[in-house]
Design a protein. Structure first.
Length: 444
């Protein structure tokens, strides 16, 4: 059973000869993308401040690895409950609280006098930012029909890569000129600005008074046609955790996030320590792979996937090909471990993160494609729990391996092995991308 309902055959008001559908829904996609951009500025400022924090607090690389992972501890612990909370209270209410919390946490990190206070600030940041990706996945499912979700998802997912591309050099230059505390203060001010913007702009389609009747009907009709009658179903957390599709998706995306957080946390240090590039140039060079990842995220994982599906290509095969192929390209991280020049290392890292980035929007669009509408937040939470376990492990494991071997080769080899497991999860557990309940009924 490839597809219960081919997405290219979904009813389209635009193709029926009526007036063009307004595009207000894309305003929401750009708002979510801006939120992730700001979100990741708050994350990358720590990796940029590696040397400054070690000097200020007198800590080792191992302690810094734990400091990098502290954010992910609360982030991971919140994922299962936050998915249930999102499904109960909605994106709007949860999003307002979370954006305020992460602003407060960033200011707290800037002002703390001790490494213990810095840990607390990072724990609070993880709590505040924990709803971001499950909430965005749920919002995209509410606002967009299936054949538009990959590109809409890529707008917020690519923002995570673009934040590293521009955030690392910009925050790095700011740090070199004004110090790490003021660089954290600057990202706190940007976070506070986004809180005000989200407060004013975000509504669900049913609550948005400015949404036209034509666009609302377009969103509602195609969304419910694609759900194949499972819109009203609810499923327990325990039921969802037992589904092989959910397990396969979580395993595959966990492997992606391991590499993502390894590079997010350690790439400037890798370029500086292993390849002996000075600190300023390591900040600048770090932006290159993330710019490539931004492009592949938008163009391959977003635009190309939706374009092929609209042209009648089999939606399941398109998504699974990009998901598995992009993750396989992530194995380029192994080449970086054997590189001896900056250009060679950047080429391998760009191949790795570029491939993974092309798969990421597809992965984040899947919760709204396999779960009942009332459970999308919960599946997104399960997915992000796996992500954050990887986010906790990657900086710490890398810290230990680099400290023991004075090399990143083994750290990159561990990441490659995890990617192989992730590919197996996609192929043998996730398989056909269709609603869980519908496939279970068909098998029965």
């Amino acid at each position: 059973m490839d597809e219960l309902l081919p997405e290219s055959s979904l009813p389209s008001l635009e193709s029926a000869g009526t007036l063009p559908i307004p595009k207000r829904r894309w305003r929401i996609a750009w708002l979510l993308g801006l939120g992730v951009l700001v979100n990741y500025f708050d994350r990358v400022n720590l990796s940029v401040s590696h040397g400054a924090l070690i000097t200020t607090f007198g800590i080792s690389d191992i302690t810094f690895g734990y400091l990098l992972g502290a954010y992910n501890w609360t982030y991971a612990l919140c994922q299962l409950p936050i998915g249930v909370v999102l499904d109960k209270f909605g994106v709007r209410r949860v999003g307002r609280i979370s954006t305020l919390l992460w602003s407060i946490a960033t200011f707290g990190a800037a002002m703390t006098p001790s490494v213990g206070g810095f840990f607390v600030a990072r724990l609070l940041l993880g709590l505040g930012e924990s709803p971001t990706f499950p909430a965005n996945a749920k919002a995209i499912g509410c606002w967009f029909p299936p054949q538009e979700r990959s590109f809409a998802t890529s707008l917020f997912d690519a923002a995570a890569k673009f934040a590293s591309a521009i955030g690392v050099p910009l925050i790095g230059i700011l740090l070199l000129h004004v110090g790490w505390r003021l660089s954290f203060m600057a990202t706190g001010l940007i976070s506070l600005f986004y809180f005000v913007l989200f407060l004013r702009m975000y509504r669900d389609p049913e609550e948005d008074a400015a949404l036209s009747a034509a666009e609302f009907e377009y969103i509602r009709a195609q969304r419910e046609s694609a759900s194949d009658g499972i819109v009203a179903q609810r499923a327990s957390l325990g039921y969802l955790l037992r589904q092989r599709k959910v397990i396969g998706l979580a395993l595959g995306f966990g492997s992606y996030n391991y590499v993502f957080y390894l590079l997010l946390a350690w790439l400037p240090s890798y370029l500086s320590e292993s390849l002996h590039i000075d600190l300023l140039h390591s900040f600048v060079y770090t932006g290159v792979p993330w710019l490539i990842a931004t492009a592949t995220d938008l163009l391959v994982g977003g635009w190309l996937v939706d374009a092929l599906i609209r042209r009648g290509w089999n939606a399941n095969r398109v998504r699974l090909t990009v998901l598995v192929g992009g993750t396989a390209l992530g194995l380029g991280i192994l080449g970086a471990g054997l590189s001896h020049s900056s250009m060679q290392a950047l080429a391998w890292i760009s191949l790795s993160i570029g491939g993974l980035a092309s798969a990421a929007p597809v992965g984040w669009s899947i919760p709204s494609l396999i779960a009942p509408r009332s459970c999308v937040g919960t599946v997104g939470g399960i997915l992000n729990l796996s992500n954050q376990i990887s986010g906790i492990a990657a900086p710490i494991v890398t810290g230990y391996l680099v400290h023991a071997q004075h090399s990143f080769t083994m750290a990159f080899a561990v990441a490659g092995a995890y990617l192989v497991l992730g590919i197996c999860g996609y192929l043998f557990l996730l398989g056909n991308i269709c609603p869980i309940a519908a496939e279970s009924a068909a098998l029965a």
